[in-house]
Design a protein around this ligand. Structure first.
Ligand code: CP
Length: 299
């Protein structure tokens, strides 16, 4: 059976830990010493939503492992002539791609199509469902920082309801024993909260947080009329004043792209406590781990 990578919800805690450990190994190997474990492979990046980090770091990860990469150009493709997503992906399979890294706005896209493919499909973000490679790099970042995951207190701040990044972290936290506190305006709180999640105020949550994960407002997934970025920042953003409430060991995370001055103060993005750009570096190692597993069956 083909092994797809559709969500961390499909994996056991042990499998997630193994992927993180392999990513850690990749981070410790000089580029010149890296074994090209995917020679003669061709991976297609197919993004139906915009992306900078996920697309380019999957490409970087694939190339570091010796694979070729095809970046599907949506705007010049036959999708513009009405070709369906399914026929587009089947075409890439027929042409000889060995795996497809797919981002799409439909929450259920992988569930709908995965059984029809004989090459692996890799989730690079599916609607509000999951963003598993982001989840893995977030866990990697936390593990690298604290040497453990179990028992960590993570505050997730902002548009939790529409964020697949937050959704993936909440799923993983349940599997791996992290404690999640959500601080969000009422319209950004998910309808259901799992047992390991609680709601709190920013002021009550930050003093005991090991990490605060700031989220971008997912404007593409909801309508906010008369949105006032400055008022949002003052009420729900990680301001300089609020960051002072964090313990000295705590880290600031954000999946990016960032709206500086909206969900997080500009100065905090590159502050001493921030790991935001380190998360992007870690994303390459995490995606190497995913690609090796999916294409070589190493887990
Ligand atoms: N974090 C993330 O998914 O970024 P991109 O949308 O740029 O890929």
């Amino acid at each position: 059976m083909i092994q797809h990578f559709t969500g961390l919800s499909d994996l056991s805690a042990q499998q997630i830990h193994s992927l993180i450990e392999r990513a850690v190994e990749f981070s410790s190997i000089d580029r010149q010493q890296l074994k090209k474990v995917l020679p003669h492979s061709v991976i297609a990046n197919v993004f139906f939503e915009p992306s900078t980090r996920t697309r380019i770091s999957f490409e970087m990860a694939a190339k570091l492992l010796g694979s070729e990469v095809i970046n599907f150009d949506l705007s010049n493709s036959s999708v513009k002539k009405g070709e369906t997503l399914y026929d587009t992906l089947r075409t890439l399979e027929a042409i000889g791609c060995d795996a497809i890294v797919l981002r799409h706005s439909d929450d259920r896209i992988f569930e709908t199509i995965k059984e029809k493919f004989t090459i692996p499909l890799i989730n690079a973000g599916a609607g509000r469902f999951e963003h598993p490679s982001q989840g893995l790099l977030d866990l990697y970042t936390l593990k690298h920082e604290f040497g453990k995951l179990e028992g960590l207190n993570i505050t997730i701040l902002g548009d939790v309801k529409h964020s697949r990044v937050a959704g993936t972290m909440i799923i993983c936290a349940q599997k791996l024993g992290l404690n999640i506190t959500i601080c969000a305006p009422e319209n950004f709180i998910p309808a259901q909260l799992s047992a390991n999640c609680k709601l709190s105020t920013i002021e009550n949550s930050l003093p005991s947080a090991d990490a605060v994960m700031c989220l971008r407002n997912q404007f593409e997934r909801h309508e906010l009329v008369d949105f006032d970025a400055q008022a949002y920042h003052l009420e729900w953003g990680l301001t300089n004043e609020r960051a002072q409430m964090l313990p000295s060991h705590a880290i600031i995370m954000h999946p990016a792209p960032i709206n500086r001055g909206m969900e997080i103060a500009d100065e905090l993005v590159e502050s001493k406590q921030s790991r935001i750009f380190q998360q992007m570096t870690n994303g390459v190692y995490s995606r190497m781990s995913i690609l090796e597993w999916i294409l070589k069956g190493t887990l």
